[in-house]
Design a protein around this ligand. Structure first.
Ligand SMILES: [Zn+2]
Length: 401
């Protein structure tokens, strides 16, 4: 007789169960058992009927573990004297000595990644400030060490977040070229709308990507001013340099302030060039339109982008810093905001946006799973209960934050 699957409540860190169940899985109406072997999901099948046909009520929802696409780990938990009044205000406060503390960056970043792990994430992408005054040289080492220390629980990608005109400075770009070529960062990024020569910054970033083979994740059009639109130029550059499928656009707030026709035409170009859009509802909602009557809410039009075939991802972004004062780092909270503020009602698209395109656990894929103590996705999103995080079939974290 085969052993019964492990009930999710009995899972503890370090466990490698052969099968977990009964659990609810989206797409299936009956409770399921998920079987695993050598780090992969081998089978998802209905929980066996007990005598009398009774199946115990599952306590957990099984979903793909989260792939957090957008963090600022070097700034996390640094605190803020007051909530931000605009993005420019947050940048200015963040540039003060108390807004960026290099000495404690590693400790704070570890806390951020551990929190995300407990909250169900097995992958995360962090933008690391490449500013002449940020993280004392050699700047990559601090976050590179954290990445190495966390590698058992989480796969971390680091973006060289080249801000404050570093992309148009010859010395800084040669340093970036060296760091990217050596694999110190896995992606190149920046916030060209805030550089003094935005188009040149974009060209320099794309050029670095071509020359070093890394991907691009750029904060773009994090503004509501149509005269600052950069996305069309960035799309030209992606096309011209043949970077299809290697570029993510983060924020894209301006898409919420353009007319529908122009927005759809940009979305269609993005879909054609395989651009991924990373939306960060928390910072988008808090940073824009402070004290404006009838405020636009700066959230990229998630459903329109999905309609036009763009890959959309949802990110936590800033955590308890001058850009966003909230200390939570929970993909389910971001999913809740996307559902509430962005009307992202489709379960499969929402899960896919939190898990880098995986809308449900599938046989044959890696057993990277989050078991959430909830009956429905809406309950999980709004209550954000305790969960168990599994990476390649091993429980790497459990509990609640
Ligand atoms: Zn950001």
């Amino acid at each position: 007789m085969r052993e019964l699957p492990t009930h999710p409540r009995r899972l503890a860190e370090g466990d490698r169960p052969a099968a977990v169940g009964p659990v609810n899985v989206s797409e299936y109406s009956r409770p399921q058992v998920i079987s695993m072997r050598r780090g992969l999901i081998t089978e998802i099948k209905p929980f066996p009927d007990r005598p009398g046909g009774l199946v115990p009520e599952p306590s957990h929802l099984a979903m793909p573990s989260f792939a957090e696409p957008h963090l600022h780990p070097d700034r996390a938990y640094v605190g803020s004297p007051r909530p931000p009044r605009s993005l420019e205000d947050a940048i200015e406060t963040g540039a003060r000595p108390e807004g960026y503390i290099p000495e404690t960056a590693a400790e704070r970043a570890r806390k951020l990644f551990s929190t995300l792990s407990t909250n169900g994430a097995t992958r995360a992408r962090g933008h690391v400030g490449c500013h002449p005054e940020h993280i004392a040289a050699p700047r990559w080492e601090v976050m590179g060490e954290v990445r190495e220390q966390m590698k058992k629980v989480m796969e971390i990608e680091l973006v060289a977040f080249a801000v404050a005109d570093t992309l148009t400075d010859r010395e800084e770009t040669s340093r970036l070229h060296r760091d990217l070529s050596m694999g110190r960062y896995q992606l190149i990024g920046g916030s060209p709308n805030h550089d003094s020569r935005p188009s040149e910054s974009i060209s320099s970033m794309m050029e670095l990507a071509v020359r070093t083979g890394v991907e691009v994740d750029v904060h773009i059009d994090e503004t509501l001013d149509p005269s600052r639109l950069l996305m069309d130029f960035a799309l030209d550059e992606v096309e011209r340099r043949r970077l299809e499928g290697r570029v993510s656009f983060s924020h894209c707030c301006l898409l919420s302030a353009l007319g529908e026709q122009q927005t759809r035409s940009l979305a269609r170009r993005m879909a054609g060039l395989g651009i991924t859009v990373n939306c960060q509802p928390r910072t988008n909602l808090i940073l824009h339109e402070y004290r404006v009557h009838s405020p636009r809410r700066a959230l990229a039009p998630i459903n329109l982008l999905i309609d036009e075939g763009v890959h959309v991802r949802l990110g936590v972004d800033n955590v308890d810093d001058t850009f966003c004062p909230f200390p939570t780092a929970d993909p389910l909270e971001v999913g809740y905001l996307a559902r509430l503020a962005g009307h992202l009602y489709d379960d499969a698209f929402l899960l896919s946006a939190l898990s880098d395109g995986r809308s449900a656990p599938r046989s044959g894929e890696r057993a990277d799973l989050a078991f959430v103590e909830a009956k429905t996705l809406n309950e999980a999103l709004s209550i954000r209960p305790a969960r168990i995080t599994m990476r390649e079939g091993v429980v790497v974290a459990s509990g609640s934050n």
